[in-house]
Design a protein around this ligand. Structure first.
Ligand SMILES: [Zn+2]
Ligand SMILES: [Zn+2]
Length: 110
């Protein structure tokens, strides 16, 4: 499956690209993180990725409620160009990941 291509075919992403919400779009990159998580961009991206990846935890394959974790925020606002930055994790795997990284669990979306 060509995940990147599938994401780029998203109607919303096509729209974003047309109106200039693409690489380095200032609003998506600089808006407060809770606002970013509430944006249509993120919601559509998350739901599309969830379908593409089958809805299970990508670490332990549990079919529990999964959360979308950023491996890096380097590409915030244009993650669809870098789908490998994002990984679905169940709550348990998500906790472990953040313990290892000593990062802020609250900054990830459920
Ligand atoms: Zn898991
Ligand atoms: Zn996380």
């Amino acid at each position: 499956m060509d995940e990147l291509r599938a994401l780029q075919n998203l109607a919303y992403v096509r729209y974003c690209t047309q109106v200039g919400i693409s690489r380095n779009h200032p609003d998506l990159r600089t808006m407060p993180y809770p606002e970013f998580l509430a944006s249509a961009y993120w919601k559509v991206l998350r739901s599309r990725l969830l379908v593409l990846r089958g809805g299970a935890c990508e670490s332990c394959r549990a079919r529990a409620k999964v959360e979308l974790h950023h491996r890096t925020y380097e590409h915030r606002g244009f993650e669809y160009w870098f789908p490998g930055d994002l990984i679905f994790l169940c709550a348990a795997c998500h906790d472990v990941t953040h313990e290892v990284w000593r990062a802020d669990r609250g900054s990830c979306s459920g």
